[in-house]
Design a protein around this ligand. Structure first.
Ligand SMILES: NC(=O)c1ccc[n+]([C@@H]2O[C@H](COP(=O)([O-])OP(=O)(O)OC[C@H]3O[C@@H](n4cnc5c(N)ncnc54)[C@H](O)[C@@H]3O)[C@@H](O)[C@H]2O)c1
Length: 314
């Protein structure tokens, strides 16, 4: 039984904590947040408001970092120096130099480290990558990726609205799509970019050139309460693979389509879209690497470096 602690009990921890609680071979023993009220609803787990105190008092095998972005690298290093394995929310950092610092600390202390880039574990995105890898519908010709929401006024101490602490839309939101593209298709060149950044809204569009195809992206925190939207549409020679309006649909030639959305009925051929929770998938993957001493191959520092370099230029 491995002992787990979570630091940062804000928005995204709500997607991580239930996964740890449901795992049979892991025990969530401690939570840490500087705001005690954040931990109140988790009654049977020890609460700490001081990170060092938690590290001094508890024997922790895995630390799950759900802190604001600017704290990720320092907290990961502190824990790994004590021999603790670390899974950390995205992004690893706002600074490329931290990548070496974090990975060399993991190596020196013989522990595992993983940034939780959740799209790499998201069934719809995994299926898209598989279709691309297998050329099931021919070559990829073009793509669009969208990620939109409203200005994050809810974050602790307003950290998300502070460029120095969050990196704003590029590092907080667009990183999901860019990281997936780098993982699935390699490192692109920027062909076109436009950004409109105001004190209470941030929008940009970037066209990425991958050599044989280009992908158009848009990402925004709008000033109004625009609903959160994350979707893609990819054009292959023989099919359009679209994840739009909450539905994953493959549009084939001759007006046929394969509807993979949850409520759809009918034959999906050999296309498998597991109905799994991506946050559980990433946590289970990391846990398996720790328990069975496997390398964390799915997310590597070279790709993370490529992503941070591009984000810096947006
Ligand atoms: N993968 C995803 O889909 C996804 C979604 C949202 C956020 N995130 C990432 O998760 C991270 C956290 O985002 P969030 O939305 O949960 O933010 P949040 O502001 O809701 O939560 C952060 C929590 O950290 C606590 N905290 C701040 N400083 C602390 C310290 N020194 N010690 C202990 N606790 C401290 C705050 O009190 C707060 O409860 C960010 O890096 C963000 O990029 C990922």
């Amino acid at each position: 039984m491995l002992k787990v602690a979570v630091v940062g009990v804000g928005g995204i921890s709500g997607a991580h904590i239930p996964v740890w609680e449901e795992m049979e071979d892991a025990e969530l023993i401690a939570l840490c947040d500087i705001r005690p009220e954040q931990m109140e609803k988790y009654e049977n787990i020890k609460h700490y408001t001081d990170f060092e105190e938690m590290l001094n008092n508890e024997e922790i095998d895995i630390l799950d970092i759900c802190l604001p972005t600017f704290l990720h690298a320092d907290y990961a290093v502190k824990a790994m120096e004590r021999g603790i394995n670390v899974i950390c929310e995205k992004p690893i950092s706002l600074n490329e130099e931290d990548i070496d610092r974090v990975y060399s600390t993991a190596e020196k202390n013989n522990v595992k480290f993983m940034v939780a880039q959740v799209l790499r574990f998201w069934p719809e995105y995994e299926l898209l990558k598989e279709i691309y890898d297998t050329k099931k519908y021919g070559k990829l010709l073009s793509g669009t990726m969208t990620r939109l929401g409203c200005y994050p006024r809810w974050s602790w101490d307003g950290w998300m609205m502070d460029e120095k602490r969050s990196g704003l839309v590029p590092f907080d939101l667009h990183i999901h799509d860019l990281d997936f593209m780098v993982y699935a298709f390699g490192i692109p060149e920027i062909k076109y970019q436009y950004r409109s950044k105001l004190p209470d809204q941030d929008f940009f569009t970037v066209n990425y050139d991958f050599g044989d195809f280009s992908i158009n992206t848009e990402a925004s925190w709008y000033a109004t309460c625009y609903p959160f939207t994350a979707q893609f549409r990819f054009q292959f020679e023989d099919a359009i693979v679209a994840n739009e309006n909450g539905k994953m649909i493959i549009y084939l030639r001759d007006d046929e389509k394969i509807d993979l959305s949850e409520e759809a009925e009918g034959d999906t051929g050999n296309i498998n879209l597991p109905k799994s929770n991506a946050y559980a998938n990433e946590i289970h993957y990391f846990f398996d690497c720790v328990v069975n001493d496997k390398p964390v191959e799915k997310i590597n520092p070279e790709e993370l470096r490529g992503v941070l370099k591009i984000l810096k230029s947006l």
